[in-house]
Write a protein that binds this ligand. Structure first.
Ligand code: HEM
Length: 405
């Protein structure tokens, strides 16, 4: 999901100097020390829209305002999602990340292939399975009295759910976990190229197999799907399958990791949740508001005005979703975790045409994880001496969460 903005450090002439900032949050030690203190602080210290010269993400407009983010994200007339993805692809055998790298109207046609299988009703059919998978994972470590939450729960849970949803064998769990870790933590391009080749080799075989033997899984739905009555071409099939893999795993585990650090540090709030199990929907939604994990970057295809500021064709614009979720005009006292907040749309899953396709599945996984964990391990803490660290990444979450109980 990680994308970058425009050319680093350049400020075009049309940008008013008073709006230029250098937040540089990916490498900013204050951000990496505690992103969930940093995001609300942006609300307190920065204007609704500013121009950031970020050495990692590149230069571009940033909005932290809930209303402006929705307004911009719902506008596909003046923007394209064409992004500079961190995933290296062979120009001679290129594939788009589908549907994320497509613009309307073709984008909607691709989404239609899979959207019905990710609707609230469709994902509910996975509930029993997901609950079983969560409990199988907990069974493996509950008697030990400790675990490393990332490796033992937060990563394998979305990987196994993904395998089920895609129609892949659960025996592939360890391999997929290895692939996810290597893909998102790669420091050098060579390693990423190698892992991407491994994934492509495996997925290509699966695609051939699903063509011959259709089933109910998402890969088979894509392989046998149609756009305007025509089957999808090979590169589009692969681009769709590959994108689901990168979209649906690291986001879930980062959200879980962030949440479990908070649960461990706030025993009273945890007990409050346990005492009110019927309020799980509001509890989950509020924690997903607090712990947004990723951003939405766009490029302007024509001049565009946002909050009275004129932006030019070719400028990049990013909605800093986790910061937008702390907009005090929409969520009063935004730092406070309140399970009785009036429901307002959160931006964790973004908004507009590219709103997360897997949001219903992600919410279900997240709720089940909370329910099953808190039922079976209600009392737990961070292991003594734990220092929570956040690696620079397009998906924000702590590197490791050692727990004891
Ligand atoms: C807590 C977990 C998740 C979070 C926070 C999340 C967040 C997001 C965000 C912010 C976007 C928009 C990115 C952009 O604007 O560039 C997005 C798009 C997407 N997500 Fe998720 N996601 C999560 C889980 C999932 C899961 C489980 C799946 C797969 C089943 C999934 C599939 C997708 C797809 C396919 C898109 C692209 C939609 C489009 O371009 O039309 N996501 N997600």
């Amino acid at each position: 999901m990680a994308t970058v903005l425009g050319t680093p450090n350049s400020v075009p002439d049309h940008v008013p100097p008073e709006l230029v900032r250098s937040i540089g949050f990916m490498l900013n030690p204050e951000f990496l020390a505690d992103p969930y203190d940093f995001f609300p602080r942006l609300q307190e210290e920065q204007p609704p829209v500013f121009y950031d010269t970020d050495p990692v993400m590149g230069s571009g407009w940033v909005t932290i305002k809930h209303e402006l983010a929705f307004k911009a994200l719902r506008n596909s007339e003046n923007m394209t999602i064409e992004t500079t993805s961190i995933f290296p692809r062979d120009p001679d055998n290129y594939f788009n990340l589908i549907p994320q790298e497509l613009d309307p109207p073709v984008h909607r046609k691709f989404r239609n292939v899979l959207d019905p299988f990710l609707s609230p009703k469709a994902v509910l059919q996975l509930e029993k399975d997901i609950r079983g998978l969560a409990n199988d994972l907990i069974d493996k470590f509950i008697d030990k009295g400790h675990c490393e939450f990332t490796n033992d729960f937060a990563r394998p849970l979305p990987v196994t759910v993904f395998l089920r949803f895609m129609g892949l064998p659960l025996e592939m769990t360890d391999t997929f976990v290895k692939w996810v870790v290597s893909l998102i933590s790669f420091a050098e391009r060579d390693k990423a190229v190698e892992i991407m080749a491994e994934i492509e080799e495996y997925m290509s075989r699966v695609i051939i197999e699903k063509r011959a033997n259709p089933d109910e899984g998402a890969i088979s739905r894509i392989v046998h799907g149609t756009i305007d009555g025509e089957p999808l071409n090979e590169r589009d099939i692969y681009g769709f399958v590959f994108f689901l893999f990168i979209a649906g795993i690291d986001t879930v585990y980062a959200a879980l990791n962030n949440t479990w650090v908070w649960l461990a540090r706030n025993p009273d709030r945890r007990r409050e949740m346990i005492a009110d199990p019927d309020n799980i929907d509001n509890q989950a939604e509020e924690l997903l508001r607090i712990f947004g994990v990723t951003f939405s970057g766009r490029t302007l295809t024509s001049d565009y005005e946002l909050d009275g500021i004129t932006m030019k064709k070719g400028d990049r614009l990013m909605a800093l979703l986790p910061a937008c979720n702390y907009d005090p005009e929409v969520f009063p006292n935004p730092r406070e975790v309140r399970f009785d907040r009036p429901r307002k749309p959160i931006l964790t899953f973004t908004g507009g045409v590219h709103a997360c396709m897997g949001a219903h599945l992600a919410r279900l996984e997240y709720k089940i994880a909370l329910q099953e964990w808190l039922r079976r391990i209600p009392e737990f803490d961070l292991a003594p001496g734990t220092q929570i660290t956040y690696p620079p990444s397009g998906v924000i979450g702590p590197a490791a969460v050692p727990l004891v109980w």
